[in-house]
Ligand binder design. Structure first.
Ligand code: FAD
Length: 277
């Protein structure tokens, strides 16, 4: 019963508190992978498929070493893509592996590793302005909600995604790495002007898996929780997860989620002390 009055009423749920931003203001990083052929090296594809995969798994179990002992992307960078940006707006990841693709004239990455050596640069747009939402669709808590990310619905985000792809292309041309990058497989060299790049990222981008904001913290009365993480309109209920972040953070969310948990425990303990409980 805590949420948007109209929605709750339409689903026959009694209103406890009309909190209009519950489930709204969702922001989520948007990622785009650009696999290339790998030159001069074997890379990791042969260690992630067939007999090579068995070898990698055995190596990990016996020695705790090898490709299974680390994350797939071993290189990361925070860079500025948008002209005039005063802080990084793009997160780059680089790994010597690639997924296979469909063979049509608009290739899509598949869920299995390529048989040829590959190298992938993955970019994630950090400061998106598009806002999505998560909404219940029935009064049954077991029914999945409808998640509407609304990505690329602002001009800033569209331009930033295009600039991010151009930044990734500049990166692979740097002298220290360019000899290892062969043909760009996705989106491919035929995808050159802004419209073509935007079309490719609209079709092929993926969730950064870093959703925030659906129970945003704030001082204003429409925020869902106050600055002690207390849910407005009820007693003794707090939220302590990524949903309280008022906006997106410029990086991965796991560490910050843990930090919110730490802070929540301090707040709860100090509230208990002041209330004498
Ligand atoms: C596939 C994937 C890969 C990721 N990789 C990275 C990474 O490499 N680095 C990084 O920093 N971040 C990564 N993230 C993001 C990071 O894991 C999340 O941002 C973070 O775990 C969010 O923490 P949270 O506490 O907000 O939510 P969650 O971890 O989702 O915790 C929510 C909890 O609430 C429980 N719950 C839900 N509904 C109810 C209910 N009604 N009653 C009781 N309990 C309920 C759930 O079971 C769950 O345990 C990744 C996310 C995904 C999905």
């Amino acid at each position: 019963g805590i949420g948007q009055k109209n929605l709750l009423e339409s689903l026959g749920i009694d209103i406890v508190y009309d909190s209009p931003d519950v489930g709204r203001k969702m922001r989520e990083h948007l990622g785009f992978s650009m696999p290339h052929k790998l030159e001069k090296e074997q890379g990791l594809n042969h260690r992630f498929r067939g007999l090579g995969l068995i070898k990698s798994v055995l190596q990990y179990y016996l020695t705790r070493k090898g490709p299974m002992a680390t994350g797939p992307f071993e290189i990361g960078a925070f860079v500025r893509s948008m002209p005039g940006a005063n802080r990084p707006d793009t997160q780059l990841y680089l790994g010597a592996f690639s997924y296979a693709r469909t063979n049509d004239n608009f290739p899509v990455q598949l869920g299995h590793i390529d048989s040829e050596p590959g190298i992938t640069i993955y970019g994630q747009l950090l400061n998106l302005t598009s806002e999505g939402e998560v909404m219940i669709q029935t009064n049954d808590p077991k029914v999945a909600p409808i998640i509407t990310p609304n990505w690329l619905t602002t001009e800033y985000d569209k331009k930033a995604m295009v600039e991010m792809v151009r930044t990734m292309r500049r990166f692979v041309k740097q002298p220290s790495v360019t000899d290892y990058f062969g043909e760009e497989l996705i989106p491919g060299r035929l995808c050159e002007n802004d419209e073509e790049i935007l079309d490719a990222v609209t079709r092929l981008s993926t969730s950064g898996l870093h959703a925030t904001g659906t129970c945003r913290m704030g001082k204003d009365l429409t925020s869902v929780v106050d600055n002690h993480l207390r849910v407005r309109g009820v007693e003794s209920l707090r939220v302590a997860d990524c949903s309280v972040m008022p906006t997106l953070i410029s990086g991965n969310t796991n560490g910050p989620a843990i930090a919110v948990g730490w802070r929540a425990s301090d707040l709860i303990l100090s509230a208990g002390t002041t209330q004498g409980s």
